[in-house]
Write a protein that binds this ligand. Structure first.
Ligand SMILES: Cc1cc2nc3c(=O)[nH]c(=O)nc-3n(C[C@H](O)[C@H](O)[C@H](O)COP(=O)(O)O)c2cc1C
Length: 330
């Protein structure tokens, strides 16, 4: 059967889709569309006949309050598939913003995922991972066929909540939650004047400015024809030529699939070569990376142009202090 090209990518125009096509013919397009829906991250843990299993998922969702039901889906290709579809117990471990490395660890293919992890058995013997925001200990309620996945519906027998903020995943990247600026009371509404000397205000502004600058710089990346995943792969390979796909996924903090998508996109555009698993940028790939770098430098210059030197120095001192004190806490 002849393959038909069904997808198309458009120049930037807010009234047009950035890309569109048939999801059955273009899995990457489909995944990128799904990635527009932000989720949390959970580790599903289980044990059957003395064998433990754990997978990182973002397919977790609530189903029902009465009875308390949740669902998630497992890929048929997962090594843990037989354990989780055997009808036994499992636990949902909802990750906190401090647990990005835990997510990466449990999504990897290492042999014993529990060997270097902090966990303890729950009330039903299922492994519960330390430091999570919530543990939901479940028994399997039902399994539903779902194409290349099986949907596992769990009846929650025990639920525990801990304090903290969630780890999020959207557009193929990990992120942390920040209240939408429009949900915070404005100084006028609260009757307070903006207090730029209060640490609370400075910290909120750092988050706000980070989000704003990231989304504004996104347009510069798109002008070079790359999204953030592709830009990260370009940046990593520019500095460390010859990485393998799994090293690249670790270095870019992208999931395995998003790294593979970015690599496929770059090689489709002849910006990357794969020699026996070692990935390198072509001269054209290096040029795109350099163009983004130049845009970043110009962008930074333009942002601070006109701000007095003394103000910049004092801001840098404050930011360095915040970085130092938090680095030592990690
Ligand atoms: C952010 C993220 C979300 C994922 N979500 C799912 C999911 O919902 N279902 C799934 O089967 N695999 C998902 N995976 C992939 C699995 O974590 C990975 O394939 C699995 O841990 C491999 O496990 P195995 O050792 O059983 O083969 C996800 C990976 C990441 C990084």
């Amino acid at each position: 059967m002849q393959a038909i090209a069904t997808s198309s990518v458009n120049a930037i125009d807010v009234n047009l889709p950035a890309e569109e096509g048939d999801p059955a013919a273009d899995a990457r397009l489909f995944r990128r569309c799904l990635g527009q829906y932000g989720t949390g991250i959970a580790i599903i843990t289980g044990e059957s006949d003395g064998r433990r299993a754990a997978v990182t998922v973002n397919s977790f969702s609530s189903v029902s309050l009465d009875p308390p039901l949740i669902l998630w889906s497992i890929a048929r290709t997962s090594r843990s598939f037989p354990i989780f579809t055997g009808g036994g117990r499992f636990a949902v471990n909802i990750l906190s913003s401090q647990q990005m490395d835990v997510s990466r660890h449990f999504s990897s293919k290492i042999e014993d995922k529990f060997a270097d992890s902090a966990w303890s058995p729950g009330a039903y013997g299922t492994p519960l991972i330390d430091g999570c925001l919530a543990h939901l200990e479940c028994e399997t309620h039902s399994l539903v066929e779902g194409g290349d996945h099986v949907i596992v519906i769990g009846l929650v027998k025990r639920a525990s909540r801990f304090e903290g903020t969630p780890l999020l995943f959207s557009q193929g990247q990990y992120s942390i939650a920040e209240s939408h600026p429009e949900t915070s009371p404005t100084p006028e509404a609260s009757g307070a004047m903006p207090d730029t000397t209060s640490e609370g205000t400075i910290v909120s502004q750092i988050f706000e400015v980070h989000n704003l600058l990231s989304s504004v710089f996104d347009e510069h990346r798109r002008a070079e024809g790359v999204d953030i995943s592709v830009a990260r792969v370009l940046a990593c390979l520019y500095d460390a030529d010859g990485l393998k796909a799994d090293q690249l996924a670790a270095a870019t903090y992208l999931g395995q699939r998003d790294t593979e998508d970015a690599v496929a996109e770059l090689s489709r555009r002849s910006l990357l070569t794969n020699t026996g698993g070692s990935l390198s940028l072509t001269p054209a790939g290096r040029q795109v990376r350099e163009a983004i770098k130049r845009r970043w430098q110009d962008f930074q210059q333009a942002q601070i142009a006109g701000i007095p030197e003394a103000d910049l120095k004092s801001t840098i001192r404050t930011l360095s202090k915040l970085i130092d004190q938090n680095k030592t806490m990690q």
